[in-house]
Design a protein. Structure first.
Length: 176
């Protein structure tokens, strides 16, 4: 199966045609956020504060890079277990989040929110952090620097290799 190249700016128009198991190369802006950053985002939402990036049509990658090498090249950048974000995902999807990238299965409430909002969950290969890091063309820390590798970062990616883990119809590559 050929990989589909998708520009994140046009992701919403491609989501309906994506099927669980499809291979995709994503290019554009992606934001990183893991457990601690999600908790902070929820505090901001609960307090009606402006978030550090627009949720509508955004893509969140559940990752934190290893330190940048002295050469300036980004370190390994593999995904973390997505299930840890399941308690946060439905609300963010209801606010317009287009996609999430991580590893592993999602719970039923997250899959329901993916379907309800016409979103998609992509899987990045666990153990492929060094390969994935080659797709990162720029990285800027934009929020919560005190969280270290779990701070929110804005990435520009080119041909980030992912697989559709759960499509907008709720089909999944995982056994239920």
């Amino acid at each position: 199966m050929a990989e589909k190249k998708i520009d994140i700016l046009n992701l919403r128009e491609h989501i309906p045609e994506l099927c669980a198991g499809d291979k995709v190369l994503l290019s554009g802006t992606v934001y990183t956020a893991r457990d601690a950053a999600h908790a902070r985002l929820f505090t901001m939402l609960d307090n009606n504060e402006k978030l550090p990036f627009p949720i509508k049509n955004a893509v969140i990658y559940y990752a934190g890079p290893t330190p940048t090498k002295p050469s300036g090249q980004i370190g390994s950048f593999g995904p973390t277990t997505s299930a840890r974000m399941d308690r946060f995902s439905p609300r963010l999807l209801d606010l317009g989040l287009a996609a999430m990238i991580g590893k592993g299965n999602r719970d039923f409430s997250t899959v329901d929110a993916i379907k309800r909002n016409g979103a998609v969950y992509f899987c990045a290969g666990g153990g492929f952090g060094a390969l994935i890091s080659r797709s990162v063309k720029s990285l800027t820390e934009i929020a919560f620097p005190e969280l270290g590798c779990e701070s929110i970062k804005k990435l520009t990616v080119k041909d980030l290799p992912v697989t559709v883990g759960t499509d907008s119809r709720g089909n999944t590559i995982f056994t239920r």
